[in-house]
Design a protein around this ligand. Structure first.
Ligand SMILES: Nc1ncnc2c1ncn2[C@@H]1O[C@H](COP(=O)(O)OP(=O)(O)OP(=O)(O)O)[C@@H](O)[C@H]1O
Length: 268
């Protein structure tokens, strides 16, 4: 199916944003963080949000997660309001910093939200083992966060977000603070995990290669006011070894994203 204006390529829609506006009232006056954002994310999509600092990437992700409330427009997550979706545990959220409690083991950290949600001990243990395996940390559950590298800590935070088995994973620049080699490895691992679990992923990044490597759909945003300037459906195959980054298709797509970013910056 040919994508339409909202980037809808067919399939069951999981997240729909219609004319989303969000203005923060600050001491220095109003900040128009999101303007007229229209987007459809379908089941199993891997959607990256890319754009310069302040273009509203995090704000949009937080809006999906009901951590911010739009001042205009309509947003649904699994057919519900974001608040209802949050209560129905529709998504897991991964932040830029792993945010693991140093006094809890990796298993203990993954367990914490499950404990709060009232999962039984046996169920928690089963889930912890499953997600540790998914992020390739089997055998590390008994370690403390400070005994793990930065990349392993971030994998543990992804495991924590996966533990209650939400269909949607929202990730706000999860690999931004890591060096490039580690980031490459985690990008590969994340693609594997996405294919295995068939989750719908919303992913914020500043990196063009990362967005192009990971995504089925790339959303280019622009600041002042924060808005979507381009939605690109990726023509790359699902099978993506890291070497795909040297292929003409990959380079052409990266170029298209870069052009999109440049156009959005036109009046700067
Ligand atoms: N709670 C808030 N109160 C007031 N203004 C805010 C708030 N949160 C974000 N903003 C403003 O909204 C705009 C969008 O911010 P946001 O963090 O979503 O951008 P971003 O694209 O994620 O940026 P970065 O890449 O730097 O993380 C910015 O101008 C920011 O200063």
């Amino acid at each position: 199916m040919k994508p339409n204006k909202t980037g809808d390529s067919g399939g069951r829609s999981v997240i729909t944003a219609r004319n989303i506006d969000l203005t923060f009232q600050t001491a220095d006056g109003p900040v128009h963080a999101l303007k007229d954002v229209n987007l459809t994310i379908n089941q199993g999509d891997f959607v990256s949000f890319i754009g310069p600092s302040g273009c509203g990437k995090t704000t949009f992700l937080r809006t999906i997660a009901a951590l911010e409330t739009p001042t205009g427009g309509n947003l649904t997550v699994n057919g519900m309001s974001p608040d209802e979706a949050r209560k129905a545990r529709a998504y897991g959220y991964v932040f830029q910093a792993p945010g693991l409690y140093p006094w809890r083991t990796i298993s203990g950290n993954i367990s914490l939200p499950l404990e709060i949600m009232g999962f039984s001990k046996a169920d928690r243990q089963q889930r912890i083992e499953r997600v540790l395996e998914l992020v390739d940390l089997a055998g590390f559950g008994g370690k403390y966060p400070w005994q793990l590298s930065g990349g392993m800590q971030q994998r543990a935070s992804i495991a924590r977000a996966l533990a209650f088995d939400a269909d949607i994973l929202l990730m706000d620049e999860p690999f931004g603070a890591l060096d490039e080699i580690v980031r490459d490895r985690l990008n590969e691992a994340l693609l594997e995990l996405w294919k295995k679990t068939q989750k719908t992923i919303g992913f914020v990044t500043h990196s063009i290669p990362e967005a192009v490597y990971l995504s089925t759909k790339i959303v280019v945003m622009s600041p002042r006011p924060g808005r979507i300037t381009k939605i690109i459906n990726s023509p790359l195959p699902a099978e993506r070894p890291l070497e795909i980054r040297d292929t003409p298709d990959f380079i052409a797509l990266a170029h298209e994203v870069r052009e999109g970013l440049r156009e959005g910056h036109g009046d700067d």
